[in-house]
Design a protein around this ligand. Sequence first.
Ligand code: HEC
Length: 419
Amino acid sequence: MSILLAVSYLGDWLDVLFRWFHVIVGVTWLGTSIYFVRLDNSLHPVAGDDSQSGSMTVGEHWGAHGGGFYHVTKYRRPPEPLPEPLHFATPWPAYSTWLTGFALLIVVYYANARTYLIDPSVADIAPGTAIALSAGLLVVGWFLYDLTCRLLGRWEWLVALAVVAMTAGAALLATSLFSPRAAFLQVGAMLGTFMAANVLTVIVPMHRKMVAARRAGTVPNPVDGARAKQRSVHNTYLTLPVLLAMLSNHASFIYGHSDGWLALLALMAIGALVRHGFIVYRQGAVPKLVPVVATLAVIGLVAWLAPAGSGGDSAAPTAAAAADGAGGGQPAAGTTDATNVASGAKIFQSAGCSGCHTLEAAGATGKAGPDLGRLHPPSSLVAEVVANGRGAMPPFKGRLDDDEIRAVAAYVASAAGAP
Ligand code: HEC
């Protein structure tokens, strides 16, 4: 195995392992978050609890799960004496979701910045600049959001409006700096950073402060609890939008659309709306309008993003478009194996490579995979990737025989002008 291949093979492993870990801790985190929000919204007043002025309890919840019955009571402040053991909701799923997510960003997008992060047709920037911009935007975004919460925290709707405006700004900025696929992820990573940083810098410290006050024999400040609660509510509304952005790199027809950033915003808004519906439902109301509006909005998006005609524009390469370009793959003059190259050109179309890859010489405009014309992969690499697949690209071993793989590899290398 060549060094090039070995590095890319190990990179693939890191990708799989970080992704796996990321999903596990993400599920744990969001599951806990959704559970506690549900708990909060289904509390009933504790019967006869008017013993103390200002009442200690917020409410109680009876639940059945796993063959038993649970009775949970929410207190405004840690009771006196402090119960032992007191189980803090562990923040580690949140932290590790962020850490593994950032690790993935590095392994996939930063390590292959030229392929995945940068799209010269969007912005022709150097890999170092692109990486600095991507990481910098996460930091700047968090400071802006945190400042907004601190300054405008009293007016919930103003904060909500500011977060929507920031997300729109980030989507517009990201789609004018990075490749569309990376841009979607960048917006998701920014909101995901808000969520994890909310846990780290507000929710956990506020809990600790309240417990410390109780330990010191003083009365914990309910404002601390309210601040933690505010960030926790934000996190709830962000869950579905962030998940959408994280999964979006499978949807090239959305991120590849010329107004992809608007589609992203619309989908995120639908996610937040659906989350809102569940919250309202848990509070005892039936949000009839939510499913109607969400369904109509999705139908509207389906219609809006539909590829125009059979010409197959950049958003959705069709078989017709691929066939149009079939004659375009002229083998470069002076290739050693002209027959291979010529039959490879046909395989490139018939095997569906052109549906996923852009390759100018073949008239291929697919967006799901990297632009092969820009990468100039050597034919050995192409053969390896085609045979075994890589990431979202399926393996072709079995579908193409060795000669065909060699031919398509020779063709791609020659059409892409491999060094
Ligand atoms: C379903 C979409 C899809 C199809 C079909 C497809 N590819 Fe890919 N291809 C991808 C994706 C996505 C990647 C990036 C994989 C990764 O690194 O995660 C990729 C990566 C590659 C690479 C590696 C580029 C590099 O240097 O990193 C080559 C070469 C390649 N494809 C060639 C082909 C050829 C030739 C065919 C046809 C036999 C083909 N692909 C068919 C989606 C596809």
